[in-house]
Design a protein around this ligand. Structure first.
Ligand code: MOS
Length: 764
């Protein structure tokens, strides 16, 4: 019926028939087109902005600069440092300097080209390790020493003492590139000024309540006069967490000044040059084991390139910090993480949120330690893997829902890991095969890094025909959220899935539910739905009990029928009961709320419960490598998770998509920067996997229940991407004996032709 079933997606029909309305499909009478004038330089002073030439172009309606902002010139994110429009200085190539509105797209393009901005270039600070040097120029006055945020984990002994007790130590430096979200639909927004002074905004977004904050702030309007509605979204992956606040602020500002409906739709190139990406990472990782393979000490120096403004870097860095040891027991830990400010595009949220970078290092190290101790990579993980009763690196004692070992066993069984790993060790010839493991732990929800936002609202109304309308505060972006919300509602009320309809996501319908991020939406909205459904079910059952001549506690409901627990032939239809409720003036609407209690976590030493629960996963990849061309073909990936799914098909879909994104991260993706300016701004130069690159993917789901989750579920949406790259890199080592420490693993690196000067993915 509901939970666990692979029901058809609520949005399937409209999407496959092309009827869905994305931001670019929205057309409103009298609507104008808006666009952005962007700085071409990594760092510059803005001397003068001359609007005159642009305003003379027929069709150009207005040009706006920071001086035209009625509210605050700041995008309301964690550090309040990103201007809506640059004033005296532009700090990255692609930063918004002015806005233009026009009656046609052609006039808009002409208008943008003819806004005359005089810049005085200054020497950009591009490389994070340069930015950290005491003599470096300060990129953004908000950040002393160019450090956006800094965290530590300090656990156990003085770390060098712990290393002196180790029998084997491995130490190396790992680097990871930018990763582009590559959502199919670029950023886009429509703003509609209403005669009563309210501003309505519809568009592509993950976090409508962030957009609400931004629009209210830039226009200086009370939030009650701002309404944000999510349009159909063509993918997000974290890339529509904070960026839509900027797009919406720009669109609303133009709509406010012209008092016309306004639309801004980014081109792909504009999107790639100006919007957030996965942070490039530098990870210096040292870990040590005892002779028998027991992990004893871990020391990590982890740097993320935040770009020119903080946006979400502090929380991305915090999550990376917490996850720096992976799913392993370790008594002695010292982690130091810093997000660094440079004159490059601000980086932000991307599926995994600061963890795929460090997971690449963790999982490479585990293999290398295993080889030193004469263990297989599977053995060292089985030996050190977290179990119930163990402590995480932050000292969180795990009491339930810890299925890591199950995922290791299931994935290795599926791949026949040990046998293949041994067999592939000594190969000759041009084509060589290899097999590798990548594993992870992942905190569900915002945890201590975003504790004030760990809440959600829901609203349910049953109409007199028995159909059910639901509003929630989180968003559908392709992951299947509307569908699982409907499944949870159906199960909670005991009605059939088909009678549940989910309303468009709208900030005026439910209270601020925080962002749709951190693999939290199904979990936390699901709990809010249970809260609303419980209130309503009590009223419905009171009526049903009367009709069945019994007490409410003696009945239950499923699939649209209400029956006696003791004898399910004694039943009555839901519709009949709903008619009875209406006849008796029963209130058939309810709002629900859920919140998680605060976690205990000390930001100084990184000790305490960082999250309320964790999801675990293991990937095992099998590859073949062409030793003459350096090409890698991924043959198969088994990807195992310890969670109970709401919908098997959607869960498997998340796994297939995430694994493919992880494959891109491992082998092909990354931005090339020249003097801080992104050079590859389209899909002919920025390569992502195509259907031809997708290996055989075997999703494995171990239905491990979590007691606090709605119907025992916990979140997992980001995890499929996160530990794929190390599985592939470890498999390449098994095939070739080459240990690659810098992603992506291009053929040049496998052949050893890679040099810093001719092929560089990291910003330099
Ligand atoms: Mo997500 S990367 O937590 O938007």
């Amino acid at each position: 019926m509901a939970i666990g079933d692979s029901v058809i997606r609520k949005d399937a029909y409209e999407k496959v028939t092309g009827k869905s309305l994305y931001a670019a499909d929205i057309k409103i009478h009298g609507m104008l087109y808006g666009g952005v004038v962007r700085s071409p330089y990594s760092a510059s002073k803005i001397i003068k902005i001359d609007k005159n030439k642009a305003l003379k172009i027929p069709g150009v309606v207005c040009v706006l600069t920071y001086e035209d902002i009625p509210g605050k010139n700041v995008v309301p994110l964690i550090k309040m440092d990103l201007p809506v429009l640059a004033d005296k200085e532009a700090r990255f190539a692609g930063e918004a300097v002015a806005l233009v509105a026009a009656t046609t797209i052609d006039a808009l393009e002409q208008g943008i080209m003819n806004v005359e901005v005089s810049y005085k270039e200054i020497e950009p600070v591009i490389v994070p390790e340069e930015a950290l040097k005491p003599k470096s120029r300060i990129v953004n006055p908000h950040f002393e020493n160019n450090i956006i945020s800094e965290y530590r984990i300090i656990k156990g002994k003085e770390i060098e003492d712990a290393f002196s007790e180790c029998d084997y130590i491995v130490e190396d430096r790992y680097e990871t590139p930018h990763q582009e979200h590559s959502y199919l639909e670029p950023q886009g927004m429509v703003a509609i000024p209403h005669p009563d002074g309210t501003m309505e905004v519809q568009g592509s977004m993950q976090c409508p309540f962030y957009v609400l904050d931004a629009v209210a702030s830039v226009l200086s309007l009370p939030r009650a006069k701002v309404r944000i509605i999510q349009a159909c979204v063509g993918g997000a992956f974290g890339g529509k967490e904070d960026v839509p606040s900027i797009v919406a602020a720009h669109t609303a500002l133009l709509a406010y000044h012209t008092q016309k409906p306004m639309q801004i739709i980014y081109s792909r190139q504009e999107d790639m040059e100006s919007t957030s990406k996965r942070h490039p990472g530098i990870i210096k990782y040292k870990s040590g084991i005892k002779k028998d393979g027991t992990l004893h000490a871990v020391k990590v120096e982890y740097i993320l390139n935040g770009g020119a403004y903080a946006t979400l870097s502090p929380v991305v860095m915090w999550r990376g910090n917490v996850h720096s040891v992976g799913p392993y027991r370790c008594p002695n830990v010292y982690v130091h993480t810093r997000a660094v400010c440079t004159n490059t595009v601000p980086n932000g949220a991307f599926r995994g949120f600061g963890t795929p970078q460090v997971i690449f290092a963790i999982e490479s190290q585990m293999d290398r330690l295993a080889f030193k101790a004469g263990l297989s990579p599977l053995e060292i993980r089985l030996k050190n893997g977290l179990k119930i009763g163990d402590e995480t690196a932050t000292g969180h004692k795990l009491t339930e829902s810890v299925g890591f070992i199950d995922t290791l066993k299931a994935a290795s069984l599926e791949m026949d890991y040990e046998k293949k790993f041994e067999g592939y060790k000594s190969q000759n010839g041009r084509i060589r095969k290899g097999i590798g493991i990548g594993a992870l732990i992942y905190g569900v929800g915002l945890g201590a890094g975003g504790k004030h936002l760990e809440k959600a609202g829901a609203f349910i109304q049953i109409h007199k025909d028995g159909s059910v309308q639901v509003a929630v505060g989180h968003t559908e972006m392709g992951q299947g959220f509307l569908t699982v919300v409907a499944q949870i509602t159906a199960e909670a009320l005991g009605v059939d899935y088909d009678r549940v309809h989910i309303l468009p996501i709208d900030t005026s319908r439910v209270p601020d539910s925080g962002p749709t991020v951190a693999s939290r939406a199904t979990f936390i909205s699901g709990k809010a739905i249970l809260d609303a459904a419980a209130a309503m079910k009590e009223r419905i059952f009171t009526q049903a009990a009367k009709l069945l001549n019994t007490k409410p506690e003696n009945i239950e409901a499923k699939n649209g029928e209400i029956y006696l627990k003791s004898d399910n032939t004694q039943k009555i239809s839901y519709d009949k009961v709903i008619s009875e409720c209406f006849a008796n003036k029963i209130h058939l609407a309810a709002s629900g709320w859920s919140e998680m209690s605060n976690t205990s976590y000390n930001m100084e030493n990184g000790q305490g419960d960082a999250y309320f629960c964790y999801t675990f996963a293991t990937n095992i990849a099998e590859v073949s490598v062409d030793m003459e061309t350096g090409e890698v073909e991924v043959l198969k990936i088994a990807s195992a998770y310890d969670l109970k799914p709401v919908n098997y098909q959607l869960t498997e879909g998340q796994i297939e998509g995430g694994v493919t994104q992880g494959l891109g991260y491992a082998l092909m993706e990354g931005h090339l920067l020249k003097n801080g300016v992104i050079q590859n701004k389209d899909f002919s130069t920025y390569l992502i996997p195509t259907s031809k690159d997708v290996p055989k993917i075997k999703p494995i789901i171990i239905p491990n229940e979590y007691s606090m989750g709605p119907f025992g579920i916990k979140g997992f949406g980001e995890t499929p991407l996160m530990a794929v790259a190390p599985a592939i890199v470890n498999a390449i080592y098994n095939a070739t004996g080459k240990r690659i420490t810098i992603l992506p693993v291009t053929p040049e690196k496998i052949l050893g032709h890679f040099t810093i000067s001719n092929f560089q993915f990291l910003p330099r």
